[in-house]
Design a protein around this ligand. Structure first.
Ligand code: G4P
Length: 542
């Protein structure tokens, strides 16, 4: 299970980053928990023939897992805490699929992953439509200008009407739905899919519980009408309606709207039965954008064929107990990456040797020799690298850093056994730099009792478990009553000194001063009484 090598090209040279970028598709799946993201990931990989049988990716239900079940907590709770990367070949293209944790408490991690992709697949449960976590993640895609494809999953079991679902997408998130396939048969009684471009029907024979690819036969419209009767009639009527309202796909205008993030190609299927999954891969290859020029901090685009540049979007330690190390995941933005090349770490200006570059396939790793724009490289023992950092060669570039989410949960963290103070400090420092949690401190609280700030409370459990397991420093956490944070400055901090129920702390990672409030009413009152005080939201663009 190793990374695929780049397919050879007809034009240009195989090493030409511009040509190689054209054949990359780098994307993530966003969904509400239980919509079927793990199942779809397995099904995609199955179609791409990276793994021989579904079930090898996430290891649910006792199957062998190769991705993110690296922590006991994940196994116990059945949630995926860490993100994994899958790379596979499909139709002469190289697909990079970045996994995102489904649980809302880890949205910050998802946010970072979305900074590293060129497109996202929004996965909807046919019975539930748009769910809260999907909406939240979609907002991130919109903020970042990430084009979104929509896959309506679980059409093999009872659900809502297709028209109602596409209407919901339009009404709720204002994204123009442009179906490229349409179901024949209501949810729970799927016979096949109409291919809108040519009007044929792809009729499926269901695969046994996702164990192999579903087979399909292609029927011309006439035969489909004769054999499918009322179901076909209903599908064609619905399609005629879609044509009338101009929800078509295929024109240059439609492509531009999709790439601009104002329209979404919609497909239907069932990840579990492998229905519509190959169509989704085809759509990714045909419609999703390849890596393009990435704007730097000043808004100047770095072309894909410029010298090497990459963005660190994730840092993760101890993914596997047999490798007690720290991996920085780098999305290549431009140029050719060659193992061993010396890069510059933009934040420190120091050289960074890439001797230990790896391709990550879940838990499995293989040494990577070269990679191109859109690919993800894991740099092992990259202690200096932090999420949002830029690496470059030859021509300097600084990409905009990845903003942190606004924390809503706060707790004081103390070491349980004072003899482990050194380990505790080291652990806190490491988890802080990985971005597992935000660490805040003040002179008043001192070094021994930092305040941990989290987007979701499960992050506290991850921190406790890791401090105990990896650093041998069990901790006690005492929750604080604050629920929101605002960025302030020295004068704001001075103005808030002594204010009841409010505390100003310094975020260690970037030195930002954060004012913590118990609730929004307290914040509103303070803002009203001090109109000139800086009290800015933490993530500028959400
Ligand atoms: P997630 O990663 O988004 O959380 O979802 P996951 O793939 O784990 O899927 C959640 C549940 O939905 C699973 O059932 C899975 O089998 C089911 N599922 C996913 N895709 C489809 C589909 O196309 N059709 C149907 N009918 N079910 C689907 P489970 O019983 O919770 O887990 P498991 O024991 O089957 O693994």
């Amino acid at each position: 299970m190793t990374a695929v090598s780049a397919p050879s090209t007809g034009e240009g040279t195989a090493e030409d980053p511009g040509t190689q970028a054209q054949r990359r598709r780098t994307f993530a799946v966003i969904s509400h928990p239980d919509a079927g993201k793990s199942t779809l990931t397995e099904a995609l990989a199955l179609h791409a023939e990276v793994i021989s049988a579904a079930g090898a990716v996430h290891g649910k239900g006792g199957r062998k897992g190769v991705t993110s079940d690296w922590m006991d907590m994940e196994r116990e709770r059945g949630i995926s805490v860490t993100s994994a990367v899958l790379q596979f070949a499909y139709r002469d293209q190289v697909i990079n699929l970045l996994d995102t944790p489904g649980h809302g408490d880890f949205s910050e991690d998802t946010y970072r992953v979305l900074a590293a992709v060129d497109a996202a697949v929004m996965l909807l449960d046919a019975a539930k439509g748009l769910e809260p976590q999907t909406l939240k993640l979609f907002d991130v895609c919109r903020d970042r200008g990430v084009p979104v494809l929509t896959f309506v999953n679980k059409w093999d079991r009872p659900g809502r009407e297709a028209l109602e679902l596409v209407d919901e997408v339009e009404q709720t998130i204002g994204l123009r739905p442009m179906p490229i396939t349409w179901p024949v048969g209501i949810a729970g009684d799927l016979h096949g899919l109409v291919e809108r471009a040519d009007g044929t029907m792809h009729r499926f024979t269901r695969a046994a519980h996702g164990a192999s690819k579903a087979t399909s036969e292609v029927l011309e419209a006439e035969r489909a009408a004769a054999e499918e009767g009322p179901d076909w009639e209903r599908a064609t009527e619905e399609l005629a309606l879609l044509d009338e309202i101009g929800a078509g796909f295929g024109s240059d205008e439609a492509m531009a709207a999709f790439h601009a993030g104002t329209a979404t190609p919609v497909m239907f299927g069932s990840a579990l039965s492998n229905i519509g999954v190959a169509r989704l891969l085809d759509a990714l290859v045909e419609l999703a954008p390849p890596p393009g020029p990435r704007p730097d901090q000043k808004g100047e685009p770095r072309p894909v064929d410029a010298p090497f540049s990459g963005l660190v979007f994730k840092v993760q330690a101890s993914m596997d107990k047999s490798h007690r190390d720290r991996v920085a995941f780098v999305r290549i933005c431009s140029g050719r990456f060659e193992r061993g090349m010396v890069l510059t770490h933009d934040a420190t200006g120091r050289p960074f040797a890439t001797k230990y570059a790896q391709a990550m396939f879940g838990r499995d790793r293989s040494t990577i020799e070269e990679a191109f724009p859109g690919d993800i490289v894991g740099l092992v023992n990259a202690t200096a690298l932090r999420p949002g950092d830029t690496l470059w060669a030859e021509e300097p570039v600084t990409f905009p850093t990845i903003p942190s989410f606004a924390p809503e949960h706060f707790a004081v963290c103390r070491v349980a056994d004072m003899s482990k103070t050194k380990q505790f400090r080291k652990g806190i420092e490491q988890l802080d730099s990985e971005g597992v949690i935000q660490v805040l401190s003040s002179d008043l609280r001192g070094d021994q009792a930092p305040v941990l700030a989290a987007v979701g409370p499960l992050q506290f459990e991850v921190v406790s478990a890791r401090l105990a397991d990896e650093f041998g420093a069990p901790v006690k956490l005492d929750r604080l009553d604050y629920t929101l944070a605002r960025r302030t400055d020295e004068s704001g901090a001075a103005g808030l000194k002594g204010a009841v129920g409010i505390e100003v702390l310094t975020r260690r990672l970037d030195g930002e001063l954060l004012a913590l409030f118990p609730h929004k009413w307290r914040l509103q009152a303070v803002a009203q009484n001090n109109p000139d005080m800086l009290l800015a939201p933490l993530v500028a663009d959400t």
